[in-house]
Design a protein around this ligand. Structure first.
Ligand SMILES: [Cu+2]
Length: 162
């Protein structure tokens, strides 16, 4: 193989190696959609009333479109589980509502009514390291179903961060 072919092959290989990193970055959407469901076909109660997805990572500055805050569903931030400086929020009675997240960190979110069935979600904006320790330290204060789902979600975060 002459020098030029070697170079071309090298570039193709480099491009192939770069690909996974690039697609990983694009997995974090600038605009994400979260649904609120009541799914009677689910096998366990924490799946009947749920956010979909219940674990979401977005970059700082991203917009999250919450759909289905109707009936008795709400999207309510948990004060002790959002970054310092971020505003608390609660969405209710809105088929669709967009929130933009500028502050990096983790956001613990519950449905005020179905939280008792484990309807919670973990939103990660940029770097979770900002407040992950503080947010996790609050878990013992939560009712069992919320705490159990959050523990799974924090474990998932650790796995995907590893
Ligand atoms: Cu609900």
């Amino acid at each position: 193989m002459d020098m030029q072919k070697w170079r071309a092959a090298g570039q193709a290989l480099a491009a192939a190696l770069l690909l996974p990193a690039v697609s990983q970055a694009t997995e974090q959407p600038q605009v994400a959609v979260v649904h609120q469901l009541i799914d009677p076909s689910a096998q366990v109660v924490a799946e009947v009333f749920r956010f979909e997805p219940k674990f979401l990572r977005v970059p700082a500055g991203a917009t999250v479109r919450f759909k289905g805050s109707v009936g008795r569903h709400t999207v309510s931030s948990i004060r002790a589980m959002i970054p310092e400086g971020a505003r608390s929020f609660e969405i209710r009675g809105k088929p669709e509502m967009e929130l933009t997240f500028e502050h990096e960190g983790v956001y613990g979110i519950r449905c005020r009514v179905h939280g008792r069935h484990g309807m919670v979600m973990l939103l990660v904006v940029g770097d979770p390291g900002v407040n992950i320790t503080t947010a996790r330290a609050y878990l013992p204060e939560l009712p069992d179903p919320e705490r159990e789902v959050f523990e799974e979600l924090f474990n998932e975060l650790e796995r995907t961060d590893g």
